[in-house]
Design a protein around this ligand. Structure first.
Ligand SMILES: NC(=O)c1ccc[n+]([C@@H]2O[C@H](COP(=O)([O-])OP(=O)(O)OC[C@H]3O[C@@H](n4cnc5c(N)ncnc54)[C@H](O)[C@@H]3O)[C@@H](O)[C@H]2O)c1
Length: 262
């Protein structure tokens, strides 16, 4: 048997991806559609969602939804829309996150920016995951959820609203995985490194700290996201964080050995 040939079952699997208008979320949503999985592309930016859907490998399988996930009403509207068009969401990816600005350090960030970051990442992530899980449990159908966190769930970023939201999301993955595993619902996190597109304006000099020698691209994340989401490939993987960072997180106060004499 060829183990990796058909990671999804398009006759049964259906996906919802938040933050599908840009960057990593877009790459994952488009990759799911490329595997034949009908997918709702959810984002606050109408123009970005429309472009992401148009540029998908099979646009007829990509369903746009536009709304602000900082609001509970919008989250409920998204759930109603996704369940209506898909019948059942078996695969959920939460990649939506407000833009991060370097000026928003601990002494500057406003209460509104703080709340928005937490509302979209953790409040929406929890609400959507829990409501989707309830439906899967009722129907006795397995599922697979993936939260896009960050290396900054575990190390400061000078953006306290962002790092604390990602740290909370990281713990939510473990809480949900522990509770939902008995129902066949797997919950994992994907922690990207420095991905030079989407909401991160990367300094090319950063590549010097990355063992694999380059900044990341959204397309570096999509294959791993699909592997973790797939119940065929990752049936026994839950509650874990998959780091896709080219080795960036190996950086510390020691430089790598010089190896000049080799
Ligand atoms: N780019 C990186 O280097 C990097 C590194 C680590 C983690 N991440 C995470 O990856 C995810 C994707 O980030 P990215 O940098 O690829 O692109 P991005 O930051 O542009 O993507 C976030 C998407 O979320 C949408 N969004 C923002 N607020 C929203 C709201 N209120 N309701 C609905 N949608 C909303 C945006 O419109 C955007 O399309 C984010 O969760 C980010 O924190 C990115």
């Amino acid at each position: 048997m060829n183990l990796l040939a058909r990671p999804f079952d398009p006759t049964h699997d259906a996906a919802l991806v938040t933050g599908a208008g840009n960057g990593i979320g877009r790459a994952i949503a488009q990759a799911l559609v490329g595997e034949g999985v009908k997918t709702v592309f959810a984002d606050v930016r109408e123009d970005w969602v429309a472009a992401a859907v148009r540029a998908s490998p099979c646009p007829e399988l990509a369903i746009p939804w536009v709304g602000d996930l900082a609001s509970l009403e919008s989250c409920n509207a998204l759930l109603a829309h996704a369940n209506g068009v898909l019948g059942r969401v078996t695969h959920f990816v939460h990649s939506a996150s407000p833009g991060r600005k370097e000026v928003d350090h601990a002494l500057a960030v406003s209460r509104e920016t703080w709340q928005q970051m937490h509302a979209v990442n953790i409040d929406a992530g929890f609400h959507l995951a829990r409501e989707l899980a309830r439906l899967l449990i009722d129907a006795r159908v397995p599922g697979s959820f993936l939260m896009v966190t960050s290396l900054h769930a575990g190390t400061p970023r000078n953006l306290p609203h962002y790092s604390t939201a990602k740290a909370a999301l990281s713990m939510l993955v473990m809480e949900l995985a522990k509770t939902l595993g008995r129902f066949g619902i797997r919950v994992n996190a994907l922690a990207p490194g420095a991905i030079a597109e989407g909401g991160f304006v990367a300094d090319p000099a950063l590549a010097r700290h990355i063992p694999l020698g380059r900044l990341g691209r959204a397309e570096d994340l999509a294959p791993m996201a699909l592997a973790v989401l797939s119940n065929r490939v990752s049936a026994y993987v839950t509650g874990t964080t998959i780091v896709v960072d080219g080795g960036l997180s190996l950086t510390n106060w020691f430089d790598p050995p010089s190896l000049d004499d080799l």
